[in-house]
Design a protein around this ligand. Structure first.
Ligand SMILES: [Ca+2]
Ligand SMILES: [Ca+2]
Length: 153
């Protein structure tokens, strides 16, 4: 009985209630792990086209959700963090604020001005690497849960 309850709770936890088909919910956000690859800037545009942004993990548990889920998927994943504006100052794209969580793998970032975008890196089990923004990787978009009620324009 206890086991069934645990399974039920896990199912509830993993449900995508409040998210569109193909989007995964964690806490108050919905995430889409793309199955196609794009440069970092193209990935941002694609997310925007779907009323979303490249994922911006703001808390440790959110970041760990993205990292652990990326392990279930093939490929590396762009997220919405870069040091394009100011070398070695890692910021979220949507509000230009300095990152609140840092899940760079040990030894990263390591490519200075030749790598200015953050990817969840497969060989690091999803921990972050700095990569050249022009590389084509999969990407993670995020939008608020129930964002259908957002006021547009
Ligand atoms: Ca850099
Ligand atoms: Ca690197």
């Amino acid at each position: 009985m206890k086991f069934i309850l645990v399974l039920f709770l896990l199912e509830l936890y993993n449900s995508s209630e409040g998210c569109e088909v193909g989007w995964l919910r964690f806490q108050t956000k919905c995430y889409m792990f793309s199955h196609t690859s794009a440069s970092w800037a193209e990935a941002e545009s694609i997310c925007n086209a779907f009323n979303s942004i490249l994922a911006e993990p703001r808390a440790h548990d959110e970041s760990m959700f993205l990292i652990s889920h990326s392990e279930n998927e093939a490929g590396h994943f762009w997220i919405g963090i870069s040091d394009i504006v100011d070398e070695d100052r890692w910021i979220y794209s949507s509000d230009l604020q300095v990152i609140r969580v840092n899940n760079f793998h040990s030894g990263e970032p390591n490519e200075h001005t030749s790598a200015n975008c953050v990817a969840l890196w497969k060989p690091f089990h999803g921990y972050w690497a700095d990569e050249a923004c022009s590389r084509r990787y999969n990407f993670i978009c995020e939008r608020p849960q129930d964002s259908g009620v957002d006021v547009i324009g």
